[in-house]
Design a protein around this ligand. Structure first.
Ligand code: BGC
Length: 888
């Protein structure tokens, strides 16, 4: 007897529940079925249970299904359930209900003023504001909407309303600010109630810029805004909002706070009861009041939270006699410490990612002080900085009273609390650690926005970094809501900048409004990745004007020659051969990179246009892309299929971006493999080439070379940092030199995710689990075993449910296993066999281990294998075709 059930219903698109930020949230459900090849024929969804509204949907779709009910009203609360009917005619039971709660406000409904301190004690002054109010009768529900110019936490009757931190995060505040929404029904009591908000400047008052040029961009002082909607049992409602009647003070333990600087917390300044009823605030002042500016909108993504605690691994006494705590993992967050000592004694904590000559290495932090100071109360204190974060593995502690026992301190990891979706494992522990380092790199750099690094005076939304990392990000975590939210800022910044996507978003760098290839292309690539990995057509539609604006801006620069030449570019940033102080000096010409990206982005616009039904645009950009491609080929390739920059990245671009015809692609694959071989299987690429080189080699029949590149441990390589004890991905291939000293370049982080983009290849090609249609509606199972690895597997929580692919080599045979989620199909391409399509369920195959019989390379006779073109991989056993893999 087969059984089918709806495992989970999701209301788009955050993990933390059913907070609907739009009146028409899309619905998704996953199905579990023991019926092989299960496909959905129809579904029913119902609002508010059996007595509510039921809608039958004659659709095979189960991901991002349009809201089929009347649009939600503000403050509404409902439940949704789903059941499905398979093509086998069997209908599942109803799913468990999930709650849907609207967290958007009606037009004109936001009325909270931004309130701050009338008497701040200096710039960026942290503070407290409060009010009291009456609850007039029994409450049905109460929702609190809050936001800040700065960062805040709010307490109702002395209790923090949630476990989110660094709220409301960082957006391009001039254009878009987000509010949080939290149910506080349980925190209110009949009669008198109090709300208190504590806050600091955070990203709002931070000074951005380098080398003494840092400046405030948004404002000098933080402010907060809140409005509480109370709905009484009798249906009436009431709103309590920040306004001139609130009172504030530069009081509380938090003396100073900065994202880069760290915090000073003086426990002697604690103000007991300040957020509770009856507190005497007569010594406080009336608040300063400012206009909202832009109307806050509901938070798009999961908030930042404390996601883990890491204990002290070792207490080190350094050669100079200092006490340094080693947490064994480079992470992002701050310390929590429990300490008792004389009142007024100061415990100081400095943070760093690495030690150099046995001492805390703070040079890479540049101007970021990254120092917390804790002033003891005289009793037992528990300190944890609230409105800052640091990137560190080591913390140097001075001023600790008595002996520091490791149990007194823990590192608290903070980051955007996204759902982990992708796992990978193989027989090589160094590769496993590399993958783990990518995960930690992402956790540390997805802190409200996607950042370049989490530790120095930067931590900015560098567009190039997320552009190259977005496929890996969307494999490892459900980053859909997070990146879709950030993309709204991309669009807003572009709109104010003539269509040009700035270097960093939010745009805070004085010079950062110029176009740069591979950086600005985040505008086209990231929405396309969200569509590919999550099937998020709405994000694609919302971003379409931004995608097009970027390409139009670059096409204007490219002019009649259709080549983007001679402009400032970052190019193949951090090519391993670039001198430490000239990170942009790459082996590949930066115009080659710029032109290649122009083709790619123009095609992405054409593809998005076709997907969205903008037929005229699809034709226009499709044709433009082809003309740009031809110009690129004419200018940068030679008659014998060489690139004018004979560099790994140049060939990788030509192949991976599909810029040359099949013959040329095959020849370039050979040349690329040859260059890698000549480099002793060392990586020779920077930000641009690194994410694509393994794919370029694999798709041209050089998986063996990709494998050697992956398993290389000498410098430069992916595994060299692992052999040096790295626990995150480094910014430079040699951020730490083999002798343990830090790269002399002034820009040396140990936590940059860009080179970690390889993780996506580990999942898609080494393990063989890839999307073949948007949102994994179709999967491609095509593992590519490489020498030196005995087994590899990946597991993916796809929008349709869990999928798996992997292989194990045993006694000359390869056992391949795949799990295909219900309502999807997969194309399986095994070496030496014709591709086959399979449906949902668990599948096993055993084939001869192709590595024993085949050399994975092109036929020496040339002509015959070219016949298969760029859309095939050809595997040869001496001169016999062992297998043909279809790619397209
Ligand atoms: C950042 C990068 C960024 C680069 C661009 C650096 O300072 O950390 O990762 O993409 O500048 O030049």
């Amino acid at each position: 007897m087969h059984s089918t059930r709806v495992a989970a219903v999701r209301v788009e698109r955050r993990r933390d529940g059913a907070f609907a930020d739009t009146p028409t949230p899309r619905l998704s459900w996953t199905v579990e079925s023991s019926t092989p090849g299960w496909l959905q024929a129809a579904a029913e969804v119902r609002l508010d249970g059996a007595d509510g509204v039921t809608v039958r949907l004659d659709t095979a779709e189960s991901v991002f299904v349009d809201w089929p009910f009347a649009p939600l009203r503000p403050h509404a609360r409902h439940t949704v359930e789903a059941r499905v009917t398979g093509v086998d005619g069997v209908t599942s039971p109803w799913s468990d209900p999930v709650e849907v709660r609207s967290v958007f406000l009606a037009d004109g409904e936001w009325r909270a003023a931004f309130v701050g301190l009338a008497e701040p004690s200096g710039a960026a002054c942290p503070g407290l504001v409060r009010t009291e109010f009456d609850v007039a009768g029994p409450i049905a529900s109460a929702l609190l909407y809050t936001t800040a110019h700065g960062v805040y936490q709010v307490a109702v009757n002395g209790v923090d309303v949630d476990d989110a931190v660094l709220k409301p995060g960082w957006t391009s505040y001039q254009y878009r600010i987000e509010h949080d929404a939290v149910d506080v029904t349980g925190l209110l009591t009949a009669g008198r109630n109090a709300i208190g908000i504590r806050f600091a400047g955070g990203w709002w008052t931070e000074e951005y810029g380098f080398y003494g040029h840092a400046r405030r961009v948004y404002g000098d002082q933080p402010a907060v805004a809140a409005q509480l909607h109370v709905t009484y049992a009798d249906g009436t409602s009431e709103v309590v909002a920040t306004g001139p009647d609130w009172r504030g003070a530069a009081a509380g333990p938090l003396v100073s706070s900065g994202i880069y600087a760290g915090e000073r917390i003086d426990a002697r300044r604690a103000v007991p009861g300040w957020s509770e009823v009856g507190f005497d605030d007569s010594g406080w002042s009336a608040v300063s009041v400012a206009d909202a500016g832009v109307v806050p909108e509901p938070a798009a993504a999961e908030p930042v939270r404390r996601t883990q605690e890491v204990p002290v691994r070792e207490v080190i006494t350094t050669p100079s006699g200092r006490t340094v705590l080693d947490f064994g993992q480079n992470l992002v967050g701050r310390l929590r410490l429990r300490v008792a000592g004389p009142a007024g004694q100061v415990v100081t904590v400095r943070h760093a990612e690495v030690l150099e000559h046995g001492e805390l290495a703070v040079r890479p932090l540049r101007a970021a002080r990254a120092t917390d100071e804790f002033v003891l109360s005289g009793g037992e204190d528990v300190f944890e900085p609230e409105f800052t974060f640091h990137g560190f593995r080591y913390a140097e502690v001075t001023g600790w009273p008595g002996e520091l026992v490791p149990e007194a301190v823990a590192a608290v990891v903070v980051g955007s609390d996204l759902r982990r979706t992708g796992r990978f494992e193989c027989s090589n522990d160094l590769v496993n650690r590399l993958h783990e380092n990518v995960v930690w790199g992402m956790r540390g750099n997805f802190v409200s926005i996607p950042t370049d690094c989490p530790q120095r005076d930067e931590r900015l939304g560098w567009t190039g970094d997320i552009q190259v990392f977005s496929p890996a990000a969307c494999t490892l975590f459900d980053a859909d809501a997070f990146l879709a939210g950030w993309l709204r800022d991309v669009a807003a910044e572009q709109a104010a900048n003539g269509g040009v996507c700035p270097f960093v978003v939010p745009h805070v760098l004085a010079d950062g409004d110029r176009p740069a290839a591979a950086w600005g292309d985040a505008a086209t690539v990231v929405p396309s990745v969200l569509f590919e990995r999550f099937g998020d057509r709405r994000a694609l539609g919302e971003q379409y004007p931004s995608m097009r604006a970027w390409v139009d801006a670059v096409l204007r620069l490219a002019g009649e020659r259709l080549l983007w030449e001679g402009s400032f570019q970052f190019g193949d940033w951090l090519d391993p051969d670039a001198p430490p102080d000239q990170p942009g000096l790459a082996k590949v010409g930066s115009d080659i990179v710029a032109g290649a990206y122009l083709v790619r982005s123009t095609r992405l616009v054409a593809d998005a246009a076709a997907e969205l039904g903008h037929t005229a645009d699809a034709a226009r950009y499709g044709e433009l892309a082809e003309r740009v491609r031809q110009a690129w080929v004419r200018e940068y390739t030679t008659a014998d299929d060489r690139m004018v920059s004979d560099a790994q990245t140049a060939y990788a671009l030509a192949i991976a971006f599909d810029l040359v015809d099949a013959d040329a692609g095959a020849a370039m694959g050979d040349r690329l493999a040859e260059l890698v071989r000549r480099a002793g299987f060392h990586i020779g690429t920077g930000f641009v080439g690194t994410p694509i080189i393994a794919d370029a080699l694999t798709s041209t029949g050089h998986a063996d070379v990709a494998g050697r590149l992956l398993l290389q441990t000498g410098v430069p390589s992916w595994l060299y940092p692992v052999t040096m004890g790295a626990t995150t991905i480094w910014e430079r291939w040699d951020s730490m030199l083999p002798d343990g000293t830090i790269n002399p370049g002034e820009m040396t982080s140990f936590n940059h995710y860009a080179f970690g983009a390889i993780a996506d290849w580990l999942h898609r090609r080494l393990a063989g689990l890839a999307p073949a249609a948007p949102g994994y509606r179709r999967l491609r199972i095509a593992p590519v075993p490489v020498a030196g690895i005995d087994h590899a597997s990946a597991r993916q929580e796809t929008p349709y449910g869990p999928a798996e692919a992997g292989w194990t080599a045993e006694a000359g045979r390869l056992r391949v296993r795949a799990v295909i989620p219900p309502n999807t199909t997969a194309t399986v391409e095994l070496l030496g066999a014709e591709p086959v399509d399979v449906g949902s369920g668990t599948h096993d195959w055993t084939i001869p281990d192709p590595r024993l019989r085949c050399t994975v390379r092109r036929c020496p006779r040339g002509e015959s294998c070219r016949r298969f073109g760029g859309h095939h991989e050809v595997f040869w056993c001496t001169n016999t075709i062992a297998g043909v893999l279809r790619l397209g």
